[in-house]
Design a protein around this ligand. Structure first.
Ligand code: GLY
Length: 293
């Protein structure tokens, strides 16, 4: 499948959630958000914008959707707090920005981008990230006012959001954002803000975004593994499937991957009951689907 942008709303169970209003199907909401995100990213690239701008814009849309585990929909930790992680990476230059344990920012992906552009560092966490946000006047919000994610009581929905894009100049980029796992220990950081684990982009191979059991994705350096397989000649779909299979076989873990290679060929794989995703294909037409594991 050829695409200019692929986004996902998280690999997971996506079963009906207790307390969910009738007719408010979380998977349907997730698919609608994915389509909106893909459309936002594709519109930027259609105007000549970069893949980096496109993935940031797409992930901001997903962070604003309360049914997804990122931004407004973030799971809470054991102390009942929101602690979010995000990453953005430019495949043309390998420039990278990430934040971890962010508590009072609506769109962590944009703070990650500012780490990339406005600091000599690649990852800022917790109090340091908050001080940096203060220093640059980054918009803040009170996450204590956000409603509980419907899946906080039972891990029924998806995990993490992500976007990969290839712009008209052939440059690749990735962005990832997450609330982590429900009932995590305060201070826990998952795969998402770690380059090569939650995401990776290199024009020489592919842009890859991961979702799923963060501790396992870290152990496999999952996103970089997919890039390396592609660099060695694997197809993008085969590379995604191989790493998802390894996740289950080696670590008994679950998750999913989306990827775009240099030719704009997309790979999508998961070993969970569902992973909603959307993509912009030929002529910018946006479509969505649910990948099943
Ligand atoms: N995959 C997101 C996390 O484990 O935090």
């Amino acid at each position: 499948m050829k695409a200019s942008i692929v986004v996902h709303g998280g690999a997971g169970g996506w079963a009906g959630q207790a307390g969910q209003p009738a007719g408010d199907d979380p998977l349907r909401r997730a698919l609608a958000a994915c389509e909106e995100a893909a459309r936002a990213g594709e519109a930027i690239m259609a105007r000549g914008g970069s893949a980096l701008d496109a993935v940031e814009a797409a992930v901001r849309v997903l962070e604003d959707e309360p049914s997804l585990n990122a931004g407004r929909g973030s799971f809470r930790n054991l102390a009942g707090e929101v602690e979010m992680d995000a990453l953005i990476m430019d495949g043309a230059t390998l420039a990278l920005g990430a934040v971890a344990i962010v508590r009072d920012v609506c769109n962590p992906v944009s703070l990650a981008r500012r780490v990339m552009t406005d600091t000599p560092h690649t990852l800022l966490a917790a109090e340091g990230a908050a001080r940096f946000a203060d220093a640059i006047g980054f918009p803040r919000c009170d996450t204590r006012m956000w409603p509980l994610h419907p899946a906080d009581a039972a891990r029924a929905a998806g995990d993490t959001v992500g976007a990969v894009a290839r712009d008209r100049a052939g440059n690749l980029a990735v962005a990832v954002s997450t609330g982590g796992i429900p009932r995590k220990m305060p201070g826990r950081i998952g795969d998402s803000p770690l380059a090569g684990c939650g995401g990776y982009a290199d024009n020489a191979s592919a842009a890859v975004a991961a979702t799923g059991d963060g501790e396992a994705l870290m152990k496999l350096v999952a996103s970089k593994r997919v890039c390396d397989d592609i660099a060695r000649g694997a197809s993008v779909q085969a590379a995604c499937e191989a790493t998802v299979a390894l996740l289950a076989q080696r670590l008994g873990a679950s998750g999913g991957l989306i990827a775009l290679d240099r030719a704009g060929e997309a790979g999508i794989a998961c070993n969970t009951p569902a992973m909603p995703y959307a993509w912009a294909g030929e002529h910018g037409v946006v479509r969505s689907a649910v990948r099943t594991g």
